[in-house]
Write a protein that binds this ligand. Structure first.
Ligand code: SF4
Length: 363
């Protein structure tokens, strides 16, 4: 299998696997496309207004595909308006009811996420595949440990990752049997080790693009940590074409976390980098609040900008050397550095005003 170089000169990752490329509403996935970031709405899809609003928030944060559940007739009825107003490639998440998949395709969805195993009879799968092929819409086979068919129970007990791969392979064959090959795959578990094992094994036997994720990963801190642990291993080996960091939190945070991860790995440019000291007994300013404020202001800055926030003068000058803007607090004054040079010292009470001015200059 051929491989392509990572997107960044600074990437610590092996060359990315050259998977077969698919198009999701005109946005490429796999092949030489960058690792795409996706997320999923948490609104009731039938509430078109709330769903459109959240899709726009996710797109503004950088999500390149947004998945929405199409779980009932109200959701299917809302789809035309959502598709018309959202302006982002949308993926319809379908379980059990193939008629909802057909409705999503008729409405103009960019991609389906189904599990053919729970769509039911072969002729239902055939019907969905034919309609998807007709519209040029790819299908993601979303294998989830939590919803594996009973027939994998024995294998699951012996070899969980093997069961995920076997299920994906069977689903791929089900679609291939009706002539459908425009597919992506995800192999998810809430156990990061199983995800790594399954995705590695699948990558050895197929060039189908992979969407990575640790499912039901948890709340912001735990969920991000588990997801990044599994995905960093895979991405560093060149495996993975899209990512979702699943969090029990605002999905915009999923997108933010995904870009931080991809940027740290040198695979995508993310946000301007905010270096902040962890604080210690020497601290002279509220670094936690200051760094949070700087991070918020930095979201709109070009991604190559670096801002350092140091709680005292010990490491301030050193960190400031590598930063476009450095802030180091002293007992009564705060030192402001520009590209490593001491620019000025200001009174602490002027920090907020000066910070806004200096950040504006970095645009
Ligand atoms: S920069 Fe100063 S306050 Fe921050 S951790 Fe280092 S010594 Fe402590």
């Amino acid at each position: 299998m051929t491989q392509s170089k990572p997107d960044s000169q600074h990437s610590v990752c092996a060359p990315r696997r050259q998977t077969r490329q698919i198009s999701v509403g005109g946005v490429t996935m796999g092949g030489d496309a960058p690792v795409r970031v996706q997320s999923m709405t948490t609104t009731r899809t039938g509430d078109a207004e709330a769903t459109i609003q959240q899709i726009k928030e996710l797109a503004t944060a950088g999500a390149e595909f947004v998945r929405i559940t199409v779980n009932d007739q109200a959701a299917a009825d809302a789809l035309p308006r959502i598709l018309y107003e959202s302006g982002t490639p949308l993926v319809a998440d379908i379980h059990y009811d193939h008629k909802l998949a057909l409705a999503a395709l008729a409405a103009g969805i960019a991609k389906l996420r189904i599990n053919p195993g729970n769509i039911g009879a072969k002729d239902h799968v055939r019907e969905v595949a034919a309609a998807a092929a007709d519209k040029g819409v790819p299908i993601r086979i979303g294998v989830n440990r939590g919803s594996l068919h009973k027939r994998y129970d024995t294998l699951l007990a012996l070899d969980p990752a093997g069961a995920l791969v076997q299920s994906a392979t069977d689903e791929i064959e089900t679609l291939a049997a009706v002539g459908f090959h425009d597919v992506a795959v995800s192999l998810k578990s809430s156990d990061p080790g199983e995800v790594v094992d399954a995705c590695r094994r699948f990558a050895k036997i197929s060039d189908i693009p992979q969407h990575l994720g640790v499912t039901e990963a948890g709340t912001l801190l735990a969920g991000t940590s588990l997801s990044v642990a599994a995905m960093s291993v895979l991405l560093s080996e060149g495996i993975g074409d899209t990512v979702r960091i699943s969090l029990a939190d605002d999905p915009v945070k999923e997108v933010n976390a995904a870009f931080h991860m991809l940027s740290a790995l040198g695979l995508r440019s993310g946000y301007a980098r905010v270096v902040a000291c962890p604080t210690c007994g020497r601290v002279e300013v509220d670094v936690v609040a200051l760094a949070a404020k700087v991070e918020e202001l930095a979201k709109d800055l070009p991604s190559d900008r670096v801002i350092s926030v140091m709680g005292c003068i010990v490491n301030g000058p050193g960190e400031a050397k590598a930063a476009d803007l450095g802030i180091a607090a002293g007992r009564t004054k705060v030192a402001i550095y520009r590209k490593g040079e001491l620019h000025r010292k200001i009174d602490k009470e002027d920090l907020e005003r000066v910070l806004l001015e200096e950040m504006e200059r970095l645009r």
